[in-house]
Design a protein around this ligand. Sequence first.
Ligand SMILES: Cc1cc2nc3c(=O)[nH]c(=O)nc-3n(C[C@H](O)[C@H](O)[C@H](O)COP(=O)(O)OP(=O)(O)OC[C@H]3O[C@@H](n4cnc5c(N)ncnc54)[C@H](O)[C@@H]3O)c2cc1C
Length: 446
Amino acid sequence: MAFRRNMLKSAVRCFSQTDTLSMVRHFSCTNHKGVSYKLVVVGGGSGGCATAAKFCRELGKGQVAVIEPSETHAYQPIWTLVGAGLKTLEQSLRPMSKVLPSECDWIKDSAVKFDPKNNYVETASGKKIEYEYLVVATGLQLNYDKVKGLTEALRSDPQVCSNYHAQYVTKTFPALEAVEGGNAIFTFPNTPIKCAGAPQKIMYLAEEIFRNRGKRDKTNVIFNTSLPVIFGVKKYAESLQHVIKERNIKVNYRHNLVEVKPDKREAVFQLLDSEKGETKTFEYSFLHATPPMSAPDVVRSSPLVNADGWVDVNKQTLQHNKFPNVFSIGDCSSLPTSKTAAAVAAQSGVLKNNLTAVMKGGDLSRSYDGYTSCPLITGKDKCILAEFDYDAQPLETFPVDQGKERWSMYQMKAQVMPELYWNVMTKGLWQGPAIFRKLMHLGMGR
Ligand SMILES: Cc1cc2nc3c(=O)[nH]c(=O)nc-3n(C[C@H](O)[C@H](O)[C@H](O)COP(=O)(O)OP(=O)(O)OC[C@H]3O[C@@H](n4cnc5c(N)ncnc54)[C@H](O)[C@@H]3O)c2cc1C
C-alpha cells in the first residue's frame, strides 16, 4: 500500500511540469570511463526504454546510459480508461528502476543542454555526459499554461479535467459522475498532440456514462476541435461520423480553446476560420481539456531541431539530418506521423537497425513507413482500431474490416496491449505488428 501511495505521489510530482527541471536528482553513473558512453539515450519513456533495452543487449553493461528524471514510468495509453473509471492510475505505473534495462546506467537527472557539435549532453545537476551516439526520446511537453486560466481551473474546479496528465486524469471520472446536465465539452488544441484520438475517445466513453446514469437527455455532448476534420484518415473518419450522428454529438470544427473562467464555468474558443479573430464563449458543466503540446523547451532551444521545433530527423531512417551520430524516436521527433506508442514500436526496429549500421560503418537499410495506430474506443466494450501509414492509408493488421466498432478490438486495447507493452515492448522486443500483418494478409498485398 505504502509503495503504491509513494509511486502515485512520485508520478504526480514527476509529471508536474513546473517540477520537472527543478527536482533534486542524484547522479548514478558508474561507467569506468567516467561520464562517457558509447550510447546516451535522453528520456526513459516508451521510445527511450525500448531503445536502451535493444542496445544494452547488443553493447553490454556500462555502454549505454539513459538520462531520465522520473522515478516512475507510465503507460499513458490506458489513461483514457482511467479517465472513464475502467482502470486505475496505479495500473499504468511502474517504478522506472524496474522498467529500464538493468544493464544500462540510469542517470536520474534532466538534460538541460544538448551540444551535438561536441557530443555531450549537460544535466540539471551540472554533469557533462559525453557520447559517441545519441538518441533523443524526450516525448512532449504539455503546455497547459498556454491557455489562459486553464491551470487554475484544473486546480480549483472539480469539473475541469485532463486525461493527459497523471495529476488530472483522476479528476475525470468523478467529474463525469457529477454531471447532472448542461454542456459537457471536450477540446482538441491547435498543435500536434500525442494520440490524436484520445480527446474524442473520452468523449464517447463519457456519453455512454451519461446515458447509463440517465443524464443524457439533459446533457449536450460537444467536441470543440481546432481541426477541420474528425480524424485524418478518411476510412476511420467516416466510421466516426456515423458514431457521432447515431449518438447525437455536436462537433464544432476550427474551435480552439484559449481561455477558461472557472469562476463562471465558461470556456472561450478562438474561431480559427474567422478573419476578424472572433471568439465564442460556452458555458460548461464538464470540461475535458487537451493542452497545446510541443517538444520540451530544452529540445526546442537546442541545435537539434527543425524550424517547427521538432528533432530534425530523416523520415525514413530516423537519423538526424545534420548530426549523423544522432537519432530520434517518438513524440519529440520530426517524423510526420501520428504520435503514438504504436508508432514508437515500429520506429524502434528501424532505429535499432540503422543506428547499428552507423556504428558498424554500414548502410542504413531499414525504412520507416510511418506506421501508427490509434485504438478509437467508442464505448466500454467497443473500439475502431485505426492503423495507417505516412500517406494516411489504412495499414490494418487483422483480416477484418477494422473500420467497424468491435468488442475484440476493445479487448486488444484494454487487456492485450498493456501486457505487450510491459513484457515485450519495454524490453526492446516489440517492433510493431508488421510481421503479423504480413502473415494474416498472405497473398493479399500489404
Ligand atoms: C491520454 C493518452 C492516451 C494515449 N493513447 C494512446 C493509445 O491508445 N495508443 C498509443 O499507441 N499511444 C497512445 N498515447 C501516446 C503514447 O503514450 C506516446 O505517444 C508515447 O508514450 C510516446 O513515447 P515517447 O518515448 O516519445 O515519450 P514518453 O513516453 O512520453 O517519454 C518521454 C520521457 O522523456 C523524459 N524527459 C522529458 N524531458 C526530459 C529531459 N529534459 N531530460 C531527460 N528526460 C526527459 C520524460 O520524463 C519521459 O519519461 C496516449 C497518450 C496519452 C497521454
